[in-house]
Structures are given as structure tokens and as C-alpha cells.
Design a protein. Structure first.
Lengths: 194, 96
């Protein structure tokens, strides 16, 4: 790159191009989506199975893997950040969003489950939907946006289901709405590196 | 020719460096080299000019036993960049 003076139009075009490149320079490998999605799938499916088998007293036990999963994810990204060349604002925003949503999901699920009653899983699904939705908006990915909207609709639709099926809905949403987008993110990242 | 435009920012390499810093909270020297394809010497000279003006902050540290230089934009740099973009818009509008 030369170090020359240029016209205002060229200048503005250069700024636009650098900012546009930065927006697509989202190097997340989908780890958080795949890992947390699988943990959430396992936990909610576990809860559904326990309810079906009549273990009502311990039906929430599988969710204890979520705080552990959150800690593992934190350390994964902490180690990754130390080797990364630049800290992208989109990546930082999504990490912050993931932490805020994750904390809210755990606080609601572990401490306020009895206050939410029938609305617990729909509330969790609404929070869930924000993650793919905002990721999709920030990285301009229609599949993520569509997934976020679909989870949001499912969240309100689950009000019409019996409570014992809520955990099953959460497990299906975790798999289709969180793990699958994570795999796609991982795939598109690997493709862009070829 | 473009008197109102900040001369520090109105150069291709310096503007690219500042634009990159506007999109990231912190960038390594090597990442700037990758993005601009400019020589290390040229980048160093432009970084020094931006640092002297208070537009950027240079942080030197050690990463895996190697010296690592990373850059951050300062509030002065952000304001200068915003003013520069505003001036550019006015020039373009006036030219229409």
C-alpha cells in the first residue's frame, strides 16, 4: 500500500471497505454454539426422560452441567483470545451477549423456576432466540436470523403445550436452533480458510 | 488542496490503520501488516506519527517469549476520525 494523498471519494471508499471487511472478519468457529447447544440438548432431554420416568424430585439435576459448560466455554475463549491477532468488535459483542444470556438463563432456571411456572421454558426460549438472531444480524447471515425468529415463534407456541413436553421442546430447539447453526458457522469458517 | 481535511488522516496507509482500529478494540502490528501489505518500516513510521498526535496508543508486551506490539485507538483518535469523515461528507456534498 502506498502512502499517498487521495480524493475525498477515494478516502470514503477506503473507510467503507475496511469497515465492511471487519464485519465479515468474524472468525468464530462455532464452538460456543455447538458445545453449549449439545449440553443444553443433553440436559433438557435428560429432564424430559426423568419426568417421563416419574423422577419429579430430581428432574432439574441434568441442568447442573450448564454452569460447568459455561466455565469450560469461558476458558476456551480466554485461551483463544491470547493467540488471536486482533479483537474484533463483533466477536466481543457476541461474547458479551452470550455471557449475559447464559447468566440470565441460569439465574432464571435455578433460582426463579417456581416464580416463572409455565412460562419458564418459553422465557428461556425467548432468551435463546436472541443469540442466533443477533448473531445473524451482526454477521449478516440469513440462516441465523431465520433460526432466531423460528425459536421465538416456538417459544410462544410452547405456551399451548403441556408443561411436561417443555423440556422436550427445549432439547429439540437446542439441537436444531443452536447446534446446527454452530456447525454451519464452523463449516463456513473452514471453507473461507481453503 | 483539501485544507479542512486532517492531514494526518488524509493519507492512504494512516487512514487504513485508523479505520482498522475503529473496528477493533486492539490490533497486532502483524495484523496491520497483513491487512495493508505495506512494509514494516513504512507502517512503523506512520504509527509513530499517529502516536505522536495522540490518535493511537502503542502497547508493547511479550507473547510466547516474543515481543508483541499492539495498537489501540484513543478518544482523541476517535474524535479526529469522526471529524475527518464529517469533513469528507461535506467535500463530497459540495462537489455534487
Amino acid at each position: 500500500m502506498e502512502n499517498r494523498e487521495f480524493t475525498p471519494s477515494e478516502s470514503l471508499a477506503l473507510i467503507a471497505s475496511v469497515i465492511s471487511d471487519a464485519k465479515t472478519r468474524f472468525h468464530d468457529n462455532g464452538f460456543s454454539f455447538i458445545f453449549l447447544g449439545l449440553c443444553s440438548f443433553a440436559a433438557s432431554l435428560g429432564q424430559f426422560v426423568l419426568i417421563q420416568l416419574g423422577y419429579y424430585q430430581i428432574n432439574y439435576f441434568p441442568y447442573f452441567i450448564m454452569p460447568i459448560a459455561g466455565i469450560i466455554t469461558y476458558f476456551y475463549y480466554k485461551n483463544k483470545k491470547e493467540t488471536v491477532k486482533s479483537t474484533n468488535i463483533i466477536g466481543s459483542l457476541l461474547s458479551l451477549l452470550g455471557i449475559i444470556l447464559g447468566l440470565n438463563l441460569m439465574i432464571a432456571g435455578f433460582f426463579f423456576w417456581n416464580k416463572f411456572g409455565l412460562a419458564l421454558i418459553p422465557f428461556m426460549l425467548i432468551l435463546f432466540s436472541l443469540w442466533p438472531l443477533l448473531t445473524g444480524v451482526l454477521i449478516r447471515n440469513r440462516f441465523f436470523i431465520a433460526t432466531g425468529i423460528a425459536i421465538n415463534i416456538i417459544a410462544y407456541g410452547s405456551f399451548f403445550l403441556e408443561k411436561e413436553f417443555h423440556a422436550l421442546v427445549l432439547s429439540v430447539v437446542s439441537l436444531i436452533g443452536i447446534v446446527v447453526p454452530g456447525i454451519i458457522l464452523n463449516f463456513s469458517r473452514n471453507e473461507s480458510h481453503v | 488542496m483539501y485544507n479542512d481535511l486532517d492531514p494526518l488522516l488524509h493519507s492512504q496507509l494512516r487512514l487504513t490503520i485508523v479505520s482498522l482500529l475503529m473496528t477493533s478494540s486492539e490490533i497486532d502490528f502483524n495484523a496491520i501488516k497483513d491487512a495493508t501489505h505495506a512494509t514494516s518500516g513504512n507502517i512503523s513510521v506512520q504509527i509513530k506519527k499517529l502516536q505522536e498526535a495522540g490518535y493511537i496508543k502503542v502497547v508493547k508486551s511479550f507473547k510466547n517469549n516474543y515481543q508483541n506490539t499492539s495498537l489501540k485507538i484513543t478518544p482523541v483518535g476517535i474524535e479526529a476520525f469522526e471529524n475527518y469523515v464529517e469533513s469528507l461528507k461535506q467535500y463530497i456534498q459540495a462537489g455534487k
